[in-house]
Design a protein. Sequence first.
Length: 752
Amino acid sequence: MTNRKAAKERALGKPASGQSLKIQKMENFLGDLGGREAVVANIAQQADRFPGLLEQALRLCRQTDPLGLLAAAAHYGLTGSVGADGVARPAPNYIEQQFVELFQAIALTLPSEEWGATIVVPAEVQTLFDLLPELGRTFPMARWAAQASPDAPEANAVSALQERLRLYTQSVRNWGYYTEAVALSKTLYGPLDDVFMAKLGFGPSQLIEVVRLLVIEAEKRSTDHMTLMAKALQGGTAQQILERYFRLKPFMHGAAADALRHLPPNPTRENAMAAVMAHHDVGVTALRTFSVEDIVGLTHFEAGIVEAVFKGLSLTPGALAGRSLEHFFLSNPIWSAPGILNPDGSLFMAIPQLVFSHIHDLIRRLALSCGLEEAVETRRAVFLEEATEAQFKSALPTARLQTGIKWKVENAQFETDLTAVLGTTLVIVEAKSHRLTPEGLRGAPDRMKRHIRDLVLKPSEQSARLEELLRDAKAGDAKARAVLTPFNFDPSDIDRVIRLSLLLDNFDILATDELGLKAAGWVPEAHALAPAIQIADLPPIIEILDHPILFLHYLTERARLQNDVTVFGDALDLLGVYLDTGLVLDDQIEKGIQIQLLGMSDKIDVYFEGRAQGGRPRKPKPQLAPYVSAVLGALMEKQPEHWISIAIDFLQIGGLEKQTALGDQVYLLRNRARRKPTDRFFIDRLFFKPENRTRPALAFYAHSGVTAEVRDAALHALAQDLAADGYATQLVFSVPARDSSVPFDHVLYSRT
């Protein structure tokens, strides 16, 4: 099975797995005219190679059976494995999936009579593996050479957004992890079975099940193919290898002795290995070719349903004749039709799991073919509302949820999709099921701008509007309080608001570039965007951050980070960084820089992909120092007033290194207080003051059995000291000196 982690890392040049997060400033060559001229000259030179490489790909299709080449590319370049440790690993000869998709589209521009009939041999497979990456790399060069002038900052910002989206569209294949994507696809489109069945002879559930079985069967065939070869190659001599090979393939004609005579005189073991491997791969096309009977035997479906599904999944040779080859890179037609229908009714699918990466495109194409597009759009909206509520029940099981809340400001009617109240924290969620268009994915500016408006800006403005009303109501505005009457909370009880936009399609790569969107003039400068996450990524986030405090802290820091820097990455990349740092990166970044995080989800990808393959990989968890874990545990147990906000603000101390240092300092503070049992308030205290004064400041007071009156006076005095230093939020803990099992016994939470 193809691998989300590998695709992202190789497509975007992520460092080798296991390296720690390292952030450095990226300079834009467009700002340096001398550097720009040199780079543009090199880009133009590379772009000139593109037509010749494209012609070479077409020539290869005319010389050799394209299905054999595609099958070999998928088998050797995309099929990974699972080790004994349960970790999924990419293919040793990994080739990016986008290049295999591209070659399939190129082949489909030719009618079947122009396809080559020569069987696949290793030399041609190697030619393909060398050609496709070069073809993929040279395609974007012409666009880059035509970048806007450095004297046009807004135009440059739009160009940067275009390239950002195009690179992500071209390189990344995921609508969630495979197992989760299959389940979500069934839940989303299964209710449309009856209407699709009446029009096309199959429903989405049947299509999804057939494809799921195709994936299993393709993986089984690849495993069997490699296992047989491994057994044959265990022979110690050329003759032994051939004898083992013939025994393992009893249907073959002839005998090992006959084959031996076709090798060079005195053949070496390596001669026999090469001959056997080449012969074995003559049948590589069969690894990805499926008959109707193959699938009927695995299901209870009638043959007519499977035949209809095969047709619905497929294009035929020549179907893409006359289409723009450049569009194949950014809106490949095979994303919505990944199969090739053979004349005998069998189905060739090099990458069957591609269906679940582009399930929305496929279902929409089918809906358009039979007049069901309105039914699909309605179902998408209903699904997203239902999924949003279900996921927040999972993430915040004790929260008070409210959905579909209608409210009115003068004559303007609004509706909030979901609110969740946990303690004194309010989460506002807006869900948008608008789809991404092929034009938008190709980077058409007007279409991109519309997508940003509909999917990112409008829901964010809606949640911000409600947050502003809440602030006004808390300040005593009677009209604002009246507007909030339909909600199930008292504005006076809320001390923190977290905003989130949930999307059905994957638009993370632009939604995280708040600064870029503002530079392009597509988002107002004064507006703070709510984080936007595709719904398919929410279940993994909730599973990894399996406590409400961690989940809410992740959303809080996401909003802060994207407001400060340009982030190149998606929700799961940010989750990967969160596990190591809590997304508190103040010491590593400066406002306005770009940080490239694509591929930082590696440990999360390993977990979900390994589990999907039947392994038992270790679940990744946030790095928390023992003292920090103890404080969070005590907050959960005691649940003092404002406890959620206290926990979220406490986690803003930073990553494991700072957490450990804090725990060590508290330990020393306790020791000092134990040696001096009398109250020594002005000595036995500890401050944690971040350089960034918009973050909370912490203070600790160690005592040995002082009265509540003395303790409270000390806590308030420390809070006043922090406020005087310019910190708007103060967290002050009292720590019992003689009981190290109690991380704190009282906490003062203050905002000024």
